[in-house]
Design a protein. Structure first.
Length: 384
């Protein structure tokens, strides 16, 4: 059987590196034909040296010459947003791992969907911005959207237990993040060092901050809304500090189907690559006997107002997701740059959403305009 040709958008990030670890154990099944990163050109060149892909792409065009100088001979080097899309178009790949962070990954992911590829999708922001459009395009092209986000992978797996029309509810679990037990005052003034430490997961810098505000869960509510075509009022969030149950679905007969596993992103990544097959994994199996107890708590939308934004935006649809995501990306950058307090991240996103002139069924161009508008709004607020 011919090996499946894989490209990784965001290969130098946390998900990207984990994907390469998974692929290192599956060399008989998969071949890496393309790697793409944003700015870390040396790491990209090292990865290319090891994996010998046909294509390498770098998001930051100013680094193209440096990457070319270090790239293995024979590899085609592409650059910029167009370069990412070209990588998807030219590489004749079977699977695109979409693991760029933020809207930066949107157009290349859309290209992969239009081309009818299997898209192992970690880049949740893409679905938050353009979920309605992307899922429609996938239906038209036959592209497979297989979630990598651990909660959505769990839901995807649990949904195999029943008919879609018999689905009653989705329970998205959350560890609660680093500030689960903090007071509102403590959270408002949390430092970057406090927010950068996640109790369970080791992830990229942006999603780690999102987990602390619980904006990550808000984005995941919207992600689930589009990926599984469920209305917002059928999605519930459950705090589960052990992060062993990755999510659950409830069918009309009251049966709940959950997926459990060690918190290790290599497991959902591998599943997205090999689905529907389940191969031995490089992750540790869950030691059920070692689990003393599993805890659950109701989420607190007062201390974590971002959560409510997720429900509101999932219910509203249209251009709201683009604004939620872009305002959050801009606010998180401002927090990481020391320009605002932790508590102001969600305030800025709330303000942008309240000022936005909502569109019902925006085109891709209109979504990108809404994205740019929201970034500007946050920028303007930072100056006032
Ligand atoms: P990360 O910051 O570690 O990596 C991001 C990757 O995107 C890097 O390779 C970076 O070079 C690349 N990138 C950024 N801007 C780019 C651009 N303009 N052009 C090309 N490449 C660019 O982030 P991560 O934690 O790996 O997260 C990636 C995505 O997966 C995010 O959408 C995140 O929400 C999602 N996700 C991550 C985890 C996790 O455990 N890390 C879990 C679930 C979902
Ligand atoms: Mg998740």
């Amino acid at each position: 059987m011919a090996r499946k040709r894989v490209i990784i958008l965001g290969s130098t990030g946390s998900i990207g590196r984990n994907t390469l670890e998974v692929l290192a154990g599956l060399r008989d099944e998969f071949v890496v034909v393309g790697l793409a990163g944003g700015t870390r050109w040396q790491e990209l060149a090292e990865q290319a040296d090891r994996w010998q892909p046909e294509y390498i792409a770098i998001g930051d065009e100013s680094l193209e010459a440096r990457l070319k100088a270090e790239a293995p001979p024979g590899a085609t080097v592409l650059a910029g947003g167009d370069g990412l899309e070209e990588l998807v178009t030219r590489s004749e790949c079977d699977i695109v791992v979409s693991a760029i962070v933020g809207t930066a990954g949107l157009l290349a992911t859309v290209r992969a969907v239009r081309m009818g590829k299997r898209v192992a999708i970690a880049n949740k922001e893409t679905l938050v911005v353009a979920g309605a459009l992307i899922t429609r395009l996938a239906r038209e092209s036959g592209a497979e959207l297989i979630p990598v986000d651990s909660e959505h992978s769990a839901i995807f797996q649990a949904l195999h237990s029943g008919r879609r029309e018999d689905l009653h509810k989705i329970y998205l679990t959350s560890s609660g993040g680093p500030f689960r037990t903090w007071t509102m005052e403590q959270i408002r003034d949390a430092s970057l060092a406090d927010a950068q430490v996640h109790p369970i997961w080791d992830m990229g810098p942006k999603i780690t901050i999102d987990s602390a505000t619980m904006m990550n869960k808000a984005l995941e509510i919207v992600e689930a809304r589009w990926l599984f075509d469920v209305p917002a009022d059928r999605i519930e969030v459950l705090i589960h500090p052990e992060a062993v149950i990755h999510s659950m679905v409830e069918f009309h007969d009251g049966c709940l189907i959950a997926q459990l596993g060690t918190p290790d992103m290599r497991i959902p990544i591998q599943y997205a690559l090999t689905y529907p097959r389940r191969l031995p994994s490089c992750g540790e199996p869950l030691d059920v006997m070692a689990l003393r107890r599993l805890n659950f708590e109701t989420p607190d939308v007062v201390r974590f107002p971002a959560l409510q934004l997720g429900f509101d935006v999932a219910a509203k649809g249209g251009s709201a997701g683009a604004v939620l995501n872009a305002a959050n990306e801009a606010a998180v950058s401002a927090f990481r740059a020391g320009q605002i307090k932790f508590g102001e991240i969600t305030d800025l996103v709330t303000d942008a959403l309240s000022r936005h002139e909502w569109m019902d069924s925006p085109t891709m161009e209109e979504l990108l305009t809404a994205d740019a508008w929201a970034r500007n709004e946050v920028g303007a607020c930072l100056k006032c």
